[in-house]
Structures are given as C-alpha cells and as structure tokens.
Design a protein around this ligand. Structure first.
Ligand SMILES: [Ca+2]
Ligand SMILES: [Ca+2]
Length: 237
C-alpha cells in the first residue's frame, strides 16, 4: 500500500471517528460506568502528590475502590485538573494514568447482543511528567486489541501540559458478556493517560467502520493531526 493511500485511509478513519463521536454524544446508549474516571469513590480524597492510586485488592488507601472498574494487576492513578497533571481529556475533573506506582490493568464487563456492533472510543495522552518515549498500552474488547502509543515528540505537550488524542475501534457482539480492558505495556510509574473511555452501540442505519479501518488507527497516528487541530481550536475558542 502506498503511503499516500495509507494517509488517505487514515483521514477517512479520522472522519469516521469524528462522526462517531458526534453520534455517540447524541446517544444515550453508553454501556460503561465511570468511563471518564470522574467518580473517585465516596469518601476518597486526593493524596499529597495530587492524585489517587488504586490497587488490585480493590482499594485506594482508606479502602475505597475505583467505581465501575476492577484493577486486575498493578496499580493505576487518577489525577485531577487541580494537580500538576492537566488538562484532562474531556474537561472533566479526573483522568487516569494506567501506570500507577507500576504497570496497571483495569477491566469492566458489559452485556452484548449477538450481531450488534459496539463502538469503543477513548482519549489518550502521554504522562508528560516522566513517561518514557514511547509510552505504550493496549485497549482490548470483543477479541480486538488496539495498541496505544504516545511518543514524546511534542505532540503530547510538555511537562504538565497534556495534549489528548482519540482512539477507538468497533466489534460485533456475540450475545455474551464482553470485557473492555486497558493495560499498561511498559513498566514504571508513568505511562499512557486515558479519559472518556466509552462503549456505545452503533446506529444500524449508518455506516459502521470495519475493524480493518479502525486497525489503521493503531497507535492513534491516524487521528493525531485531527485531534491536535481540534485541541488547538478548542484552546483558541
Ligand atoms: Ca475524566
Ligand atoms: Ca503514575
């Protein structure tokens, strides 16, 4: 495949992603709980460093779990706009570093209908404090795994000035419960940040991107330009 054709397909994928975002916003079919990580758990308060860490035993210090999600391995951090890590991806108070004190994995299960298409979308950024370049993680659901890559090339912001990109894919339900899983694939306490993680059902009357199209977005490079332009436009606005 030529580079020009690849870029063309990436642009198509970017447009599909933007259209899907608009459709999702108009839909009430969100299937995830706390996909924006803004529910930190009743009674939880940020720690001295400006965020909260959640562990595999289901606890934050103070025995408070991360609502909606199971921490399957390692630990994850939530950080807030009032901490050194910001802005968040969607303007909401909190976002999540999939590398807490170490590489973390979180998961959430939801029911599917056989033959129904499900759209997975999320915002991601590199932890601008001290994540390595490349910082990598995976998002998987419905038998599909997407590699998320955040490179330290300036497009993710400088120290404590995060820039966000959009990723996503779709899969077809089989009638059984499905699990969405976010996993760090680098060691250490700084990695890929996530926010606004969403699973919605597709509009059957509209065009649904094929998994092969979404695969072109692996790493988020396909949407990098569009997301950056939108972010800059939003800042200007
Ligand atoms: Ca959020
Ligand atoms: Ca961390």
């Amino acid at each position: 495949m030529t580079r020009a054709k690849t870029l063309g397909l990436m642009a198509a994928a970017a447009l599909a992603g933007l259209a899907m975002t608009a459709a999702s916003a108009a839909s009430a079919s969100e299937l995830l709980t706390n996909g924006g990580f803004d529910n930190i758990g009743a009674g939880a308060v940020p720690e001295g460093w400006g965020g909260l860490t959640y562990y595999t035993d289901g606890t934050h210090p103070g025995n408070i779990a991360l609502p909606g999600w199971t921490v399957e391995s390692g630990s994850v951090d939530l950080t807030a706009t009032f901490s050194d890590w910001g802005p968040t991806g969607d303007g909401s108070p909190y976002s999540m570093d999939i590398n807490g004190w170490d590489a973390g994995t979180i998961a959430q299960t939801f029911n599917t209908v056989a033959g129904q298409t499900y759209n997975v979308s999320y915002l991601f950024s590199r932890n601008p404090a001290n994540a390595p370049s490349l910082a990598t993680a995976t998002v998987s659901a419905g038998g599909f795994t997407q590699v998320v890559t955040a490179i330290n090339d300036g497009s993710f912001g400088g120290n404590y000035s995060m820039l966000w990109k959009t990723g996503g894919f779709s899969f077809v339900g089989d009638g059984n419960a499905a699990t969405i899983r976010l996993a760090a694939t680098i060691p250490g306490n700084a990695g890929v940040f996530f926010d606004h993680v969403s699973v919605t059902t597709a509009d059957r009357g509209g065009a649904v991107p094929e998994p092969a199209t979404w695969a072109l977005m692996i790493g988020g490079f396909g949407l990098a330009g569009a997301a950056l332009r939108r972010r800059r436009a939003a800042v200007v606005a």
